[in-house]
Write a protein of this length. Structure first.
Length: 507
């Protein structure tokens, strides 16, 4: 049996784990918005102004910190004026990126801001660089955030909103290397400076501008952006054009052309998936190192605003809707990601899973036949881990025997862990990625004593197990009494393919 020891110094605090690492993403794609968040005011499904209330309730339980909208690729063909004013008068459009279906624009700026207010989440709006204009983006910010009197303020008031909203997070384009314009890094970086210049702060609303960044390990793209705001090796504060740089990285078990099934996979596919998920650490490290050269004070944030598993769509569904099931395998990808995100808390300001409802690695699936909600295994990882939000990270020094596995020539660590402390409470998250073997783990806590631990566990009989409208409890958290405290140590045996959280008061 694999054996490991994890040393945690309770008296050596690390950087704060921003709650925004637990962010979400809602694109006009498939049934994420329409049928997910939005059902319309005439729907028999309980709603407030057309916003589906059971979805809101489920997400509020996660303490969802922010929501990114309207895309994604859709953001760079979205023109915000089409989504304000009386719904019956809003022009329709074709969503050419996702399914080539008609978009009603019934869910627009006011509806999104109402959704964020119901969720208690900060809005993260992604502006259109690919097919939009500087003026269009500037006026959208004015419409949203300016008080007093101006053309856009008068338009907002005419559309029923007197007071401005607070909008901090603003995306300056999306995937400009691909669907957002197929640009060169140098051209995209010039546009980022130009557009960001006209993304104005109105009153006390201070924008956090996020420049469209790299795909995967394109470190040159990040360097090109950093060169726009700072110099190599200099100690000056970077120019204030943008405050964050995005990066996107998805987890696939195979090539892009054949990503594999969300449900029909074997152990080899599972381990390849975990190697791909583990690669997120290397990618974030690479981008952080580039940024450190130009910004050693870490004033510019790295934003992983698209992450998650991407499988072939479910048979019989529109291939442009990206609907996939969500198994225990996806949950373990999420738990591994959070350990990695916590590790990079000093530079990483935000992360957003793709996506929240009915698309890719969704935390919620809304069944179109029964109207029932399914909380996916990934949802439960978010819920079990929510105590890490805005907590002080604690380094986990992990070593052991038999906790590595070589997969296609790449070493995979099969035990992963992270820890934090907040309000006098310790939270330790542990994942055993081994598909078959339990792992014995001793957590050596130093620098302070703790009280009685309380643990929960997420697992299932098979890696392929998932939740359905009739089987919500197939993959769900349960109490775990296998943690023993003695002499400043916590000892436990983590079952195979299992995620565990341990909470204890720090005395």
């Amino acid at each position: 049996m694999p054996r490991a020891i994890a040393v945690i110094n309770l008296d050596i605090p690390g950087p704060t784990i921003s709650r925004h690492l637990y962010g979400h993403f809602a694109e006009h794609l498939g049934r994420c918005v329409y049928g997910g968040f939005w059902v319309g005011e005439d729907s028999p499904i309980p709603n407030e102004g057309g916003i589906r209330l059971d979805v809101v309730e489920a997400l509020r339980a996660l303490h969802i910190p922010n929501l990114r909208w309207p895309g994604g690729c859709f953001a760079d063909e979205y023109h915000w004026r089409d989504g304000v004013g009386p719904r019956v008068e809003r022009p329709r459009m074709v969503n050419t990126h996702w399914g080539n279906v008609e978009e009603s624009n019934h869910f627009g700026t006011h509806e999104f801001m109402a959704l964020c207010e119901l969720l208690g989440a900060e809005p993260y709006i992604n502006g259109n660089v690919g097919s939009g204009t500087v003026r269009e983006m500037s006026e959208w910010i004015e419409y949203l955030t300016r008080d007093g009197d101006s053309p856009m303020v008068r338009l907002r008031k005419a559309n029923g909103r007197e007071e401005p909203w607070r909008v901090r997070y603003w995306g300056v384009g999306n995937e400009t290397w691909g669907c957002g314009g197929n640009m060169r890094a140098e051209y995209s970086a010039d546009l980022a400076r130009q557009y960001a210049t006209y993304c104005r702060d109105h009153g006390d609303n201070k924008l956090y501008r996020i420049a469209s960044g790299a795909s995967d390990d394109d470190y040159k793209w990040t360097e090109t952006l950093m060169q726009q705001i700072s110099c190599f090796g200099c100690e000056a504060t970077p120019k204030n054009f943008f405050q964050g740089i995005s990066v996107h990285h998805y987890t696939l078990a195979g090539p892009w052309e054949s990503k594999g099934s969300a449900l029909d996979f074997d152990r080899d596919d599972y381990y390849r998936t975990m190697v791909a998920a583990q690669r997120t650490d290397k990618i974030l490290t690479g981008h952080s190192r580039v940024m450190d050269v130009y910004d050693p004070g870490r004033t510019v944030g790295l934003v992983l605003d698209e992450w998650g598993t991407w499988w072939d769509v479910e048979p019989g569904t529109n291939p442009g809707f990206l609907y996939q099931q969500n198994t225990l395998r996806d949950a373990l990808v999420a738990s591994l990601h959070f350990d990695i995100l916590h590790k990079h808390a000093a530079r990483l300001h935000m992360a957003n899973i793709a996506q929240t409802v009915n698309v890719l690695q969704a935390v919620i699936l809304a069944d179109p036949d029964s109207d029932a909600l399914v909380l996916t295994p990934t949802y439960h990882v978010f819920e079990m881990n929510k105590g890490h939000q805005d907590a002080t990270s604690l380094a986990v020094h992990l070593r052991g025997e038999g906790i590595q596995r070589v997969v296609d020539g790449v070493e995979l660590a099969t035990v992963s862990a992270s820890a934090s402390v907040k309000d006098g409470s310790l939270l330790v998250s542990v994942t055993n990625l081994d598909a078959d073997e339990p792992a014995e783990l001793v957590i050596d806590l130093r620098g302070a004593a703790i009280g009685e631990p309380h643990a929960r566990l997420l697992t299932a009989g098979r890696l392929q197990d998932h939740n359905t409208p009739g089987g919500q409890s197939s993959v769900a958290p349960r109490e775990f009494d296998g943690v023993k405290a003695a002499g400043g140590n916590l000892a436990l045996t983590v079952p195979p393919h299992t995620f565990v959280t341990i909470q204890a008061p720090v005395l």
